[in-house]
Design a protein around this ligand. Structure first.
Ligand code: NA7
Length: 317
């Protein structure tokens, strides 16, 4: 069993920004945007929103992470409820469905405000359709508007402003978020009712998870034959199977460099959500089930915080 060290947490570089931003000609909305959750994704998004001159009010559970944003001009609040009070449109971007629900229904959460007239809530955390519907219902019962805006892409793609936004729910909110989405994403899709965007996002994650496990197993077999992984990747690059993502992940596997672009724990969370979703429909997903087991085992080996490509380590056993 290998000795596993935590991947280094990279501090957010407030001065870096994507080259694409300058070309996008962004006219910032005059609304005030709240932002709950300054993890790697949230930080990257907020940094660019501040750069494109959006008015931003932030909150994060670990308060220290707010300081660079205060220095850059954002206002910081003590609770999610305070952010809602101070903003017109509030984005949430936390780890999982439980965290997303806590921020809405919990102590000092969004719904403590009771009257959300003239407020809109935008859920960016990766969640399942049922959680999104519960959150949307809670917001609407308090007269607020709700949009699920699932972000598809890695941390690197976020840093490059190249995310894809998959949205569902209130179309007016989608339109009012235009300048924010234009800042952070290369494409946005409005997919109709609440729940649809979550489904599409999780379906895309299924393709990703299954592909990564296939890649890891194939490279592990090459390794057993002492075939150079770099040779395999070079040949793969010439085939019609190649994709930018699989090439990048293959190179990471060959180097053993698992710097978290898409953390393994997030990948496994997504597969778990997919399987729950399929379970409710009696939809058989044998390959996804096994893929989930592979990621779960890799987590147990200590690679939760590494990139999803660390699934290669488990395949080599
Ligand atoms: P990170 O970097 O792991 O950050 C997770 C964030 O979620 C971070 O701000 C956490 O606060 C916050 N968090 C997690 N659980 C909670 C609860 N229960 N309450 C409040 N805040 C919480 O993830 P990423 O930024 O890469 O990804 C975020 C989402 O974007 C995720 O759903 C991806 O799929 C898409 P902390 O700083 O630990 O106090």
């Amino acid at each position: 069993r290998p000795v596993v060290t935590r991947p280094e947490t990279q501090a957010i570089d407030m001065n870096s920004r994507s080259n694409t931003l300058a070309d996008r000609d962004i006219v910032p909305s005059d609304q005030t945007f709240g932002f709950l959750g300054l993890g790697m994704m949230g930080s990257t998004i907020v940094k660019d929103l501040i750069y494109t001159k959006h008015k931003v009010v932030v909150w994060n559970r670990t308060i220290d992470k707010c300081q660079p944003f205060v220095d850059a001009g954002a206002e910081v609040k003590d609770t999610p409820m305070d952010v809602v009070e101070a903003a017109d449109i509030i984005f949430c971007c936390v780890s999982d469905p439980k965290g997303a629900k806590d921020l809405v229904f919990g102590n000092c959460g969004v719904l403590q405000l009771k009257d959300l007239r003239n407020k809109a809530y935008v859920e960016m955390s990766t969640i399942d359709p049922e959680t999104s519907m519960d959150i949307g219902e809670g917001i609407r019962q308090c007269n607020g508007r709700y949009l699920e805006a699932q972000i598809h892409g890695s941390r690197q793609e976020a840093a490059e402003g190249m995310l894809i936004i998959l949205a569902g729910g209130d179309r007016t909110v989608f339109e009012e978020c235009h300048s924010c989405f234009k800042t952070i994403a290369k494409n946005t899709f409005f997919l109709g009712n609440v729940g649809n965007a979550c489904k599409v996002n999780l379906i895309l994650q299924t393709i990703l998870g299954v592909s990564l496990v296939g890649l890891a197993e194939a490279l592990a077999l090459a390794d057993r034959f002492s075939i150079s992984l770099n040779d395999i990747i070079d040949i793969f690059d010439l085939t019609s199977m190649k994709s930018p993502l699989l090439l990048a992940k293959g190179k990471e596997m060959a180097k053993g460099d698992f710097n978290p672009q898409q953390p393994l724990s997030h990948m496994q969370r997504d597969l778990r959500l997919v399987l729950n979703m399929a379970e409710n429909l009696d939809q058989s997903m044998p390959v996804t089930s096994i893929t989930n087991e592979v990621f779960k085992h890799t987590k147990r080996l200590g690679y939760s915080e590494h990139d999803s490509s660390a699934v290669f380590v488990r395949s080599r056993f």
